[in-house]
Design a protein around this ligand. Structure first.
Ligand code: SAM
Length: 243
């Protein structure tokens, strides 16, 4: 297995481990899915592909907006997919499938491809989004949300001050960004902040990151609490790619 495949497998394992607990901690992801849904275009009976469905925050909006749609709901984690299928078991127009969003079935075409808070976990976010754009029917639309480069500036500044490496994933330059938001998040402690990242699967570091030692982590948490009051702002990007 090469380094990239290993990283991807780790990402999926982390999400799989937290699938049952995800919704208790993923309030931000719920808000983001609702905002992404506000960009949904009008379609009568669209053929839809969702990538990285998780437990189904965006799936719920797809169902509400497009009652006549045929939806392929996919994720790379079987545990997440099972959780989503269970949450929407009464909706027969949903077809669930295990799929790597970076390696879709190139023979299919869709009116709408939607993915919320997932492209940051792609190995090549920009390239993969462009590949997905190639699966759109004429007048089709791809909508995505993901993290922006100013994710958790408070945590980053603490690590910088201590001369420590930062493991947060970097999505790089993305095509078709149409909007961005900053969500202020206040945590009771640095540990709670890190715990939140863990349960939402977001603690997976970028490839090549050197993990902090226990002592380094303690120092970072202390400074994060005293200097930043355990505040960590999410930077969210919304993007649209047209066929
Ligand atoms: C942060 S969760 C977002 C889930 C859901 N869309 C939401 O907004 O709550 C990211 C999801 O992407 C999935 N994922 C990660 N890498 C993926 C990939 N390459 N292809 C498809 N799904 C992937 C994870 O298993 C996880 O369910």
């Amino acid at each position: 297995m090469n380094k990239i495949d290993f990283h991807k497998r780790e990402v999926v394992e982390r999400f799989s481990l937290t699938a049952l607990d995800y919704e208790r901690h993923a309030q931000l992801q719920k808000l983001v899915a609702a905002r992404l849904a506000s960009f949904f275009p009008k379609f009568e009976h669209p053929h839809i592909l969702e990538i990285g469905c998780g437990t189904g925050y965006l799936t719920a909006h797809l169902l509400a907006h497009y009652p006549g749609a045929v939806c392929e709901i996919t994720d790379l984690s079987q545990a997440m997919l099972d959780e989503c299928a269970q949450n929407f078991r009464d909706h027969k127009q949903l077809q669930f499938g295990l799929m790597d969003g970076e390696h879709p079935d190139l023979g299919k075409r869709y009116d709408l491809i939607a993915t919320s808070m997932t492209p940051q976990w792609f190995t090549q976010p920009a390239k993969s989004l462009e590949r997905l754009r190639g699966l759109l029917k004429p007048r089709g639309v791809l909508l995505y949300s993901t993290i922006g480069p100013d994710l958790f500036p408070q945590w980053r500044s603490v690590l910088r001050e201590l001369g420590l490496p930062c493991g947060l994933v970097e999505p790089g330059d993305l095509p078709g960004v149409i909007d961005e938001e900053i969500h202020q998040m206040h945590f009771e402690s640095g540990v709670q902040f890190l715990q939140n990242l863990k349960v939402t699967g977001a603690s997976m570091p970028r490839p090549g990151y050197r993990a902090l030692s226990a002592g380094e982590l303690r120092s970072a948490i202390r400074l994060f609490e005293t200097k930043k009051q355990a505040r960590a702002d999410w930077h969210i990007l919304y993007g649209q790619l047209d066929a």
